[in-house]
Design a protein around this ligand. Structure first.
Ligand SMILES: Nc1nc2c(ncn2[C@@H]2O[C@H](COP(=O)(O)OP(=O)(O)OP(=O)(O)O)[C@@H](O)[C@H]2O)c(=O)[nH]1
Ligand SMILES: [Mg+2]
Length: 241
């Protein structure tokens, strides 16, 4: 056994409770997460020193992350300088959508990985305009993997769209537990779906009572003014900290 490796937990019969390969897997994962935490802490320090509000967006595929960013681009134009880092497994499509709104966007394609990591953000930061105030990082569409990876953000959003169902927070708790803000998206579809927004919020708050909840439709603009004012207040607080 390597020096410094903790002994394997034993069952009462004296056999390891966790197989050797599983233990190795856990140790490798802890090492990856530890390295990621360090890189993320450096990024956060850099963002905060420069007065940049970095926002990590997590959701299942298609919950409306890019649509929300497109709507925000229109709302903050002339008020805040915004930029976006897009994470997807393949294609430049989301970054192209954002650029069409006149907002600088950089695409990261993970080639299969289901989440972004802090080192990926560090690599693309030099290509983000230095005077940006709001930096959105749209994570790969996945409600599980991105939750474990700090990207150096000051604010983490989790989106839950109405077509996904109001029972999801307790089924996928990690994403809701790690977030600061819950956005219930596609609110314009409420009349057409058996979706109970109050139940979705209640479930999410059971998982994480710290969550702030916004109900938004990127299509109609419902809830966007309140959300923009919230971002403005967070940016001001970061700058006066
Ligand atoms: N009705 C309605 N549809 C929406 C809304 N927001 C997004 N959509 C639609 O939902 C689909 C997915 O939206 P995207 O913005 O691409 O979702 P996403 O979370 O960025 O998806 P990935 O990047 O693939 O994870 C698109 O067809 C959008 O037009 C909304 O507020 N209301
Ligand atoms: Mg998207």
């Amino acid at each position: 056994m390597k020096r410094g490796t903790p002994p394997a937990p034993q069952t009462r019969a004296g056999r390891p409770a966790v197989s050797r390969s599983r233990r190795k897997e856990i140790l490798v994962r802890e090492e990856i997460l530890g390295t990621n935490r360090k890189v993320a802490a450096e990024l956060r320090k850099r963002f905060e020193e420069r007065g940049v509000l970095a926002v990590n967006m997590i959701s299942s595929p298609g919950a409306g992350k890019t649509a929300l960013l497109e709507a925000l681009a229109d709302r903050v134009k002339g008020r805040f300088r915004m930029a976006v880092i897009e994470g997807d497994i393949e294609t430049e499509r989301d970054a192209e959508r954002i650029r069409r709104k006149g907002v600088p966007a950089r695409q990261i394609t993970t080639g299969g990985a289901c989440h972004l990591e802090a080192k990926m953000i560090g690599k693309v930061i030099p290509s983000i305009p230095g005077d940006v105030e709001l930096l959105f990082i749209e994570n790969v569409g996945n409600l599980v993997c991105p939750a474990s990876f700090d990207l150096g953000e000051s604010l983490r959003l989790v989106l839950l769209s109405s077509p996904e169902g109001d029972d999801k927070p307790k089924k996928y708790p990690e994403a809701f537990l790690s977030a600061d803000v819950l956005i219930i998206s596609k609110a314009d579809l409420f009349p057409h779906l058996p979706f109970d927004a109050a139940r979705a919020a209640r479930e999410a708050l059971d998982v994480n009572p710290r969550l702030l909840v916004f109900v938004i439709s990127a299509l109609t603009g419902q809830g966007l003014p309140e959300f923009v004012e919230f971002l403005a207040a967070r940016l001001a607080a970061l700058r006066h900290a």
